[in-house]
Design a protein. Structure first.
Length: 320
């Protein structure tokens, strides 16, 4: 449900540093979000739904965004801020590809009881592969595989061949998922798992967790996890500190699907009738490839590797 907030003195007192229209409350950064170097901007307004669907940037450098559960159209937009939907370059017939990702320059869609579909650059369906994709999808930045939630849990989809191949990771379900910059871990709404073995390495809890994303940077933000919530917040988790939580933005509407803009490293997310983006500053990206060797190591990787190795050893002992 969309959550409205007052714009009066309590808003200022709480440390929230952005303004909103009196007609509709907007998501705003907290002091922690500002101090961490995040910024917010509106990409497009005038979409029809209270829950905006998936988004991605195609090989032409254009944004493709799914309008809403009711509309189902995919719109193509220039990759700039402050547009209206009337400025869209094109739109499709209803497609209902809820989650959209870019793997190796090709768009793929799926989610919510649907199947994996290869998309054209205009957001229309090129091929329906019939592979069950029930919820979130994210691209492994190392091998460009699509990590997704299938009918029986987490799956690893290799789309490099003529036809995709699927490997079951484990039986875990999650609405949103993301992948660590080193390609070794998948983060769900409440747990982290090794992608190679499916072993559980950590648990955590975020109220209303939905969309997920991981930061890649050469500073202290590297490897931290961004969570969008159904109650309109953006929360940052620190895998290096037992997934400690920081509220970095608040006051918005229902946040569902996340999308990656690989051209500038920003994170795209929906608000009621709008698509927004969050950036994390120079030398920082959300959902992009790992930084070059020699930059700041990924926080949490060593810890998760150690826990994951221990879990694998225990699993093998039980089998023996």
């Amino acid at each position: 449900m969309k959550r409205l907030i007052s714009l009066a003195a309590p808003l200022i007192a709480s440390g929230i540093l952005a303004m909103a229209s009196p007609a509709q409350a907007a998501i705003v950064l907290t002091q922690a979000g500002v101090d961490s170097g995040f910024s917010l901007a509106t990409i497009v307004t005038g979409l029809q739904g209270s829950i905006v669907l998936g988004s991605a940037v195609n090989s032409d450098g254009k944004i493709v965004v799914g309008d809403s559960f009711g509309n189902g159209k995919n719109y193509v937009l220039n990759d700039v801020n402050n547009q209206t939907v009337g400025q869209a370059l094109s739109s499709t017939n209803p497609v209902y590809t809820y989650a959209i990702v870019n793997s190796g320059g090709t768009l793929y869609g799926g989610g919510l009881g649907s199947s994996l579909k290869k998309l054209n650059n205009d957001g229309s369906v090129a091929v329906d592969y019939g592979i069950s994709v029930n919820a979130g999808m994210w691209v492994n930045p190392i091998n460009q595989h699509i990590i997704a939630v299938g009918g029986g849990g987490l799956i690893d989809i290799d789309v490099s061949g003529a036809a995709p191949s699927v490997r079951q990771i484990n039986g875990a379900y999650s609405d949103g998922i993301t992948v660590s910059p080193d390609g070794q871990f998948v983060y769900t709404n409440n747990a982290a798992y090794r992608i190679d073995t499916g072993a559980l390495v950590a648990n955590y809890s975020v109220s209303g967790a939905d969309g997920m994303a991981v930061i890649t940077s050469s500073n202290a933000l590297n490897g931290k996890v961004i969570v969008g919530t159904t109650n309109g917040n953006l929360v940052m988790l620190d895998p290096n500190a037992n997934f400690a939580q920081s509220l970095i933005a608040t006051g918005g509407g229902y946040i569902d699907f996340f999308g990656v803009d690989q051209t500038n490293g920003s994170l795209m997310f929906g608000q009621p009738t709008q698509l927004w983006r969050m950036s994390c500053g120079d030398g920082c990206g959300i959902g992009v490839a790992p930084p070059p060797t020699g930059n700041v190591p990924e926080p949490g990787t060593a810890m998760l590797l150690a826990i994951g190795s221990l879990a694998l050893v225990r699993s093998r002992r039980r089998k023996n």
